[in-house]
Design a protein around this ligand. Sequence first.
Ligand code: ADP
Length: 446
Amino acid sequence: MFEKVLIANRGEIALRVHRACQEMGISTVAIHSTADENAMHVRLADESVCIGPPSAADSYLNIPAIISACEITGADAVHPGYGFLSENARFADILDEHGITFIGPSADHIRLMGDKIAAKTTVKRLGIPVVPGSDGAVTNDIEAKAIAEEIGYPVLVKAAAGGGGRGMKVARNAKELPHALSNARTEAKAAFGDDALYMEKYLGQPRHIEVQVIADSHGNVAHMGERDCSLQRRHQKVLEEAPSPALNAEARAKIGDIVARAIEGLGYLGVGTVEFLYENGEFYFIEMNTRLQVEHPVTEMITGIDLVREQIRIAAGLEMSFRQEDVTFTGHAIECRINAENARTFVPSPGTIRDFHTPGGLGVRVDSGAYGGYRIPPYYDSLIGKLIVHGRNRNECLMRLRRALNEFVVDGVDTTIPLFKDLINEPDFMNGDYHIHWLEDFLAKL
Ligand code: ADP
């Protein structure tokens, strides 16, 4: 087992990784920018190294500085968390060249899934159903028009290197198509330095349902059920739950099995998430994330399995601690992303948190690095914590969520807590009756 793990991230996920390491008897090294000197993960880690100025490009994305921090502290492995360098194949390669273990899949699998066109072709070959669309890249407007007519409007133009909902444009008819293509191309080039595009049928009212998978180097593969992440704003997840209110045990086992078999065929290692849109009883693959996800706790709550612990075991060459038949789903879990943002306008609200009181009690988990007196720096994303609630069934979970939200105090900055308090009174949400556009429709009516 590793003796020392460097956590190449910040915020709640850095703390999450630290906690798993501590429970495994592994020392931790926190890295931080000058803006994060007083962060909780820095305070709790066994050692910390300042790796640069506030801008992420100079700190959390600064590969030479992170390698130096590993060398100085003698870390034998790096956990990348999510975001930042977590899906950067070059980072995985460089760590490997330095004899440091990247806690994640192989650089080749990261590279493959990072190219969404290649990812789609690969998983289709492995038996996973995909969204109908262009087989490969669309290179010009004439070709795009022919494909769009074949799959039928509306179509969605997407960036091969896409992420975070960027580089995605809808065309409702042939007239809108050239504009969608040129907009997506410009946005993709600016955001990812890669303007390769592909096209998909734009599904009207699907749910976003993703399957958690895990595989070790001893030939063990399992799926850990699904998460429903249909509550989104601008293609970004806001609230996630497991199990999905839309699936029954049979549908769950069926898609889980298809995904686990595909992952096995891929020779994948570690944890990963295969994302689908789900409409009229059919699954359509959209992408695979080769990392731990923000919403992983809902899976942990209903399975009792610590995903970070498993990641570390697998990276160290050990077997995962369970088999498919050991995975059972108990009760229901919901996660709310608490962002330092205005709950109506979603304008970021950095600043000093005066008072911070988290809810507690049975079935309540808060993953957060925030505390009273903490100053939220303006340089990074606005997620300041996650409230995760577990109940024996969905109704108990909802009642507990309402109670926990009422207990949560964050004074001094705006947060998204009021949005969740509104949601918990909405019949559609209470009934689990919502799709990927539901939240934006709801917000438009407020
Ligand atoms: P990103 O990597 O940028 O997050 P994804 O491919 O994972 O992009 O899609 C993000 C979200 O965009 C999905 O959860 C869904 O809301 C929407 N989306 C993606 N593809 C389609 C599609 N073909 N039809 C309708 N909505 C889609």
